[in-house]
Structure formats: structure tokens, C-alpha cells
Design a protein around this ligand. Structure first.
Ligand SMILES: [Fe+2]
Length: 242
């Protein structure tokens, strides 16, 4: 009785839309079976999340996914979610690796997978900034996309370079922070960078980057976290996309 009085209240997310995950089975390093997709989305549903935008990797050397294939696979997954009574809406976009293939697609006006108002999620190598990053950002903006950099806090080349982060923002890049970074899942450095980004009001979106049930377990520790609450209060844009 006394024990239950002091039991910590279960915390829930304060936002309703997630926009970075790998939940289409078997096409990248995310979930491998539809059962995993269903289990993860049921958990999101139990947390009160309304919509999940899943973002398979498009990375020519490692995950050479085609937009058309991602759309076809997403359609099949949605059918299975409906058949199993999963109540979270699953949309699809992609996480583009900054490489020559992306530049070629932009030059050829190849339609890219986006969410909301032509937001395009992109990632880069972790150690070094790609030489074509500035050109890619310029091309994306010229073609009417809004570039959203996935997890800027995780890139070693940016972690101690606030000036470069500021330049990227001046060029029109938005930032999406990973929720796991808030509780130190990736590294203490990444967590510290999130604090700097928050201070500078440079966090536009938060995302789970959920690849599997282990990641999901990490997320359950985020909802009661003080840094998470502060980021929500800072006015992120996730729920504008519902
Ligand atoms: Fe990702």
C-alpha cells in the first residue's frame, strides 16, 4: 500500500507525431518482420501517438532502395496494419544519404519522398562532412524542398563546430534531434550537443529513429526526462504535421 503511494507515475509522450523511423520490414537496417512493425506500432499507440512517418534509408551503396519500391512496400504494410487493427496511422517518406545519386536525382527532377510541406530528411557520414553537402543543400532548396538534417547532434564533424551548424541553418537547413540522444543513448557528447541546440533554438523536429524494439525500450525512458519536456516547451513542429 505504502509502496504503491510512492510508485513513480508512468510517463507518456507530450507529442503525437513521430517522423523518423525504419519500420518497413527487410529493406534497410530497421525491423526485419511485419510482426516487429506491428509490435512497435502497438506500443506507439499505447503511448497515445497518432501518426508515425517511417523513413527507410535510401543510400545507393548500402540500401539501394527505389522510391517506387518503398511506396509499394508501405502500401502492403498498411494493409497488414489494418488487418491487425493497429490504430496508428503510418505514413512513409525516406532518409536520404547525401551522395552522388541524390545529386543526380535532383538534377534530373526525379521526385523524392518527403513529408509535410516538402520536408526532406537527409543524413551524412558520421565522421566527415561530405564535400557535396553544401551543393546538395543548395540543389534541394532550389528544387523547392526543405532540407531536414537527421540527428545533427550525432555527427562527429559537427559536435564541436557550432559555427558550421549556424551556417547550415542560415542556408535553410532544419534540424531533427533523435530522442535517444536526450538520455545519452548514443553518447554523452551527443546529449551535450542537444543542450546547445536547445539553447540556440535550433531544434525543429524530434524523431525516434526507431529501428527495433531495443530502440523502443530506450524511448520509454525519454518521456519522463526533463530535457525532453524543455524541448517540447521550446515549440518543436512535429504536431503541425498531423
Ligand atoms: Fe534513421
Amino acid at each position: 500500500m505504502i509502496k504503491s503511494l510512492f510508485k513513480k507515475k508512468k510517463a507518456y509522450p507530450l507529442h503525437s507525431l513521430d517522423l523518423h523511423s525504419h519500420l518497413i520490414p527487410g529493406i534497410d537496417d530497421g525491423v526485419s518482420t511485419i510482426d516487429e512493425t506491428i509490435a512497435i506500432l502497438r506500443e506507439f499507440e499505447s503511448w497515445g501517438m497518432k501518426k508515425v512517418i517511417t523513413t527507410p534509408h535510401i543510400f545507393s551503396e548500402v540500401y539501394p532502395n527505389k522510391e517506387s519500391n518503398i511506396l509499394a512496400r508501405h502500401k502492403k504494410v498498411v494493409e497488414q496494419l489494418n488487418a491487425n487493427g493497429v490504430g496508428v496511422e503510418l505514413e512513409v517518406a525516406a532518409e536520404y544519404y547525401v551522395d552522388e545519386e541524390l545529386l543526380t536525382k535532383l538534377n534530373n527532377n526525379h521526385p523524392l519522398l518527403t513529408f509535410g510541406e516538402k520536408y526532406l530528411l537527409f543524413e551524412t557520414p558520421f565522421l566527415l562532412e561530405p564535400k557535396i553537402l553544401t551543393e546538395c543543400i543548395f540543389m534541394l532548396i532550389t528544387k523547392g524542398y526543405v532540407p531536414v538534417m537527421a540527428h545533427p547532434e550525432r555527427y562527429i564533424y559537427l559536435q564541436e563546430d557550432n559555427k558550421r551548424m549556424g551556417e547550415l541553418r542560415e542556408r535553410g537547413v532544419l534540424f531533427q534531434v533523435n530522442l535517444g540522444s536526450l538520455v545519452g543513448y548514443y553518447s554523452e557528447n551527443a546529449k551535450n550537443v542537444v543542450k546547445i541546440l536547445l539553447k540556440k533554438s535550433w531544434i525543429d523536429f524530434i524523431g525516434s529513429d526507431c529501428h527495433n524494439q531495443k530502440h523502443q525500450h530506450v524511448l520509454s525512458k525519454v518521456w519522463g526526462d526533463k530535457l525532453y519536456k524543455k524541448i517540447i516547451e521550446s515549440g518543436i513542429r512535429n504536431d503541425e504535421l498531423i
